[in-house]
Each structure stands twice: as structure tokens, then as C-alpha cells.
Design a binder for this molecule. Structure first.
Ligand SMILES: *Cc1c(COP(=O)(O)O)cnc(C)c1O
Length: 365
């Protein structure tokens, strides 16, 4: 059985280190916002190249709290893509703002910046650039649009920890950037976790207050905050995994290079990565007109790919006719029927990669 992702294999490959980091926390008598969280925040922000890191409970909260810190709320609009985890859009709605969804580029599957001007209104406050599958959205185009119109640029880096754009790490370009540390992500906890990064100190202070009841000083709420804390056990695990992040991303890239070389099948399109970007291949997503048949064919070989995502956000029951979309969402809608995420995780063996590639190569529709 070859799964799409396998977080257990990552735990097992660093078991001794993780077990001892967790044991230390258990014996520390500091379980919430202690030294592990503070150290993880500093180490992760330094790794990204941002001035400040603030740990939160998950990636959805990271986005919501980032927007609240930017004072985005009811009556405001935030532009992003429909081709993303539903979390990106759910976070916009959680602030009370209205999501405005645009289509994606047909080659890289990231935000189609040409649609931004037509969706701009006097209520637009920010654009969320989602770096999907491990690769970057076009930060030059989106960044220029945001600075021309005075909008905040929010990066959703939940699928691209460690990826770069012109040599600089994603998450260091936006006004603020948000990461999920869900177990299958490139930097994954063994449970929920997330982190917000920014180089704007007042903004960082506000995020820090919002994640814990609006406190600057204990028990004194100055802002309307909430509870979204990262815990010490997850922070200790994330610190340890951060030390291995570059090595595990290198393994993902090597697997992607093998797939690129071996999968030469006219029925299957391989991923296209922008020249400015060094992808970290959170997912290796192929595209086929015969996606469902390809899925069945691989399942027969005991290979179990994923689909990211089977229904675009704007066509899901919860969002139908409620979110505003660009006039054409054709690429997003086509992708939901055509994308397939092949097994991709650092611990995948060379033999397993060959098995997957051979099975994909043998697909005849
Ligand atoms: C995983 C993910 C999120 C949400 O993260 P959670 O930790 O599950 O809340 C947000 N955006 C994108 C693009 C993601 O992949």
C-alpha cells in the first residue's frame, strides 16, 4: 500500500529525538506559551527571514487572526483563489469580511493576477496569495497590485514551508504571512499548530494579543481577542522538525525529479514550476482528462493518490451563491475534475517512487 502522505513515517524516522523533546515538556510543568513556543517562534521567523513569529492553534486561525490584526472585518472584501483549502476562505468569513474569489493560472494553478483589477472595489482590503502544492503564487504581479492600490498582501504559506521566490523564502514578502503545521504539511506537528510571521512590529504585537484574549498584560484585555494558543508539546516537536526541514524538502524535490523524469505519458501533464520559484513539493499534482480512470488504475496497483481539491470552494454547498467570483472560473472548475496528487512524502523509498512512476507510465486510459 502506497499512501499519498504518511506522517507516521516521519515520526518514526525521528522517533528518539521527538520522544525526548516531548518528555522534556511533560516534566517541565510549563505546558502553554512557555520556552518551547518562544524558541520555536524565534527560530521559525529567523528561518523564514521575517522579524517576528507568533504561534497559534492552527493555520485557519493564523489567517483569521492576521486579518483581524489588519482590522479587516464586516463590510470589507478580501480577494483570493477558489482553488485552495476551504480554510483560506473560511478564515475570511470568520472575520466577517466577504471573500472574493478569482481563477488560477492554467499552468501553475496559482492566482491569476490578470483578474485582480476587475475584482477591485472601494471595499477591497487585502489579497491572500496562496502558495499551493509547494510552489509560489506570482509575488511580483500580486505584490505590485497590492502596493499600487494600498492593499495588504497576506501570504498563505501552509503548503510551502521553505520554498523560495528569487532566492528568498516565502512568507517574507507579504505584509503578514500564515502557516499551518497540520501533520501532513512540510513542517507538520503531531496534532494541530500554526504560526504567523511579519516584520511589522506593531502588527506582530497585535497578533500576539489577539491570540490570547487581547492581553498585553495578564488578565487585562485591551483588544477583542480569543484563545488560539500553540502548546508547548507541539512547539517542541516543531522545533525539532524545523532542524530537518531543509533535508526533508530536499527529499521531496528528489522524488519530484524522479517523477518528472519517469512519467512521460501523453495522457498526463506533470507540474509546471515558475522559474523564480524553488518549490518544496508539498504535493506532486498531475493533471489528466481521464483522472478518475487514472485513480482507479493506481488503486488497482495499491497506490492511493489524493485529490486537492475535488470541489472548488465556490461550488461547495456551504458557499454556493454566497461568495463573489470572477466572471470566469474555468481553470479552477476544470482542475477539480482533472488533478491527482501522487504519493509524496520525504520517507517514500526509491522503490516506491519507481512503482508509482511505472504504474502511471503504464496508464492507457
Ligand atoms: C492546511 C491549509 C490551511 C489550514 O490549516 P489548518 O491548520 O488545517 O487550519 C490553510 N490554507 C492552506 C492553503 C492549507 O493547505
Amino acid at each position: 500500500m502506497i499512501p499519498c502522505a504518511n506522517p507516521l513515517s516521519q515520526y518514526l524516522s525521528h522517533k528518539a529525538e521527538i520522544d525526548s523533546a516531548v518528555m522534556q515538556v511533560l516534566l517541565s510543568n510549563k505546558y502553554i506559551l512557555g520556552p518551547e513556543v518562544a524558541a520555536f517562534e524565534n527560530e521559525f521567523a529567523a528561518y523564514i527571514g521575517a522579524g517576528h513569529g507568533i504561534g497559534v492553534a492552527n493555520g485557519t486561525d493564523a489567517l483569521e487572526i492576521a486579518m483581524r490584526a489588519l482590522e479587516i472585518g464586516p463590510g470589507d472584501e478580501v480577494i483570493t483563489v477558489a482553488h485552495t483549502a476551504v480554510a483560506t476562505v473560511a478564515a475570511i468569513e470568520a472575520t466577517g469580511a466577504t471573500p472574493v474569489l478569482v481563477d488560477v493560472d492554467p499552468f501553475t494553478y496559482t492566482l491569476n493576477a490578470q483578474q485582480l483589477p476587475q475584482m477591485l472595489t472601494t471595499r477591497t482590503k487585502a489579497v491572500i496569495a496562496v502558495h499551493i502544492y509547494g510552489q509560489a503564487a506570482d509575488l511580483d504581479e500580486i505584490g505590485a497590485f497590492c502596493s499600487n492600490y494600498g492593499l495588504a498582501l497576506i501570504e498563505d504559506v501552509s503548503q510551502a514551508h521553505g520554498a523560495t521566490w528569487n532566492g528568498r523564502r516565502l512568507g517574507s514578502f507579504g505584509t503578514i504571512s500564515c502557516f499551518s503545521c497540520y501533520p501532513t504539511k512540510n513542517l507538520g506537528a503531531i496534532g494541530d499548530g500554526g504560526i504567523v510571521c511579519t516584520s511589522d512590529k506593531p502588527l506582530a504585537n497585535k497578533v500576539r494579543m489577539l491570540r490570547e484574549y487581547g492581553w498585553k498584560q495578564r488578565y487585562i484585555s485591551e483588544l477583542q481577542g480569543r484563545n488560539s494558543r500553540l502548546d508547548e508539546i507541539q512547539a517542541a516537536i516543531l522545533r525539532m522538525k524545523l532542524r530537518h526541514l531543509d533535508a526533508s524538502n530536499a527529499k521531496r524535490r528528489a522524488i519530484a525529479a524522479r517523477y518528472d523524469a519517469l512519467i512521460d505519458n501523453p495522457l498526463i501533464e506533470r507540474p509546471a514550476i515558475r522559474a523564480q520559484c524553488d518549490s518544496v513539493y508539498h504535493l506532486y499534482v498531475v493533471r489528466s482528462q481521464q483522472r478518475d480512470a487514472l485513480m482507479r488504475h493506481l488503486n488497482e496497483h495499491d497506490i492511493h493518490p489524493g485529490i486537492h481539491y475535488p470541489v472548488p470552494v465556490h461550488l461547495q454547498n456551504a458557499y454556493l451563491r454566497r461568495v463573489r467570483t470572477a466572471p470566469s472560473m474555468a481553470v479552477t472548475e476544470a482542475l477539480s475534475a482533472q488533478v491527482l496528487s501522487l504519493p509524496m512524502f520525504p520517507e517514500l523509498s526509491g522503490d516506491e517512487v519507481e512503482t508509482v512512476a511505472r504504474a502511471v507510465l503504464a496508464f492507457r486510459g
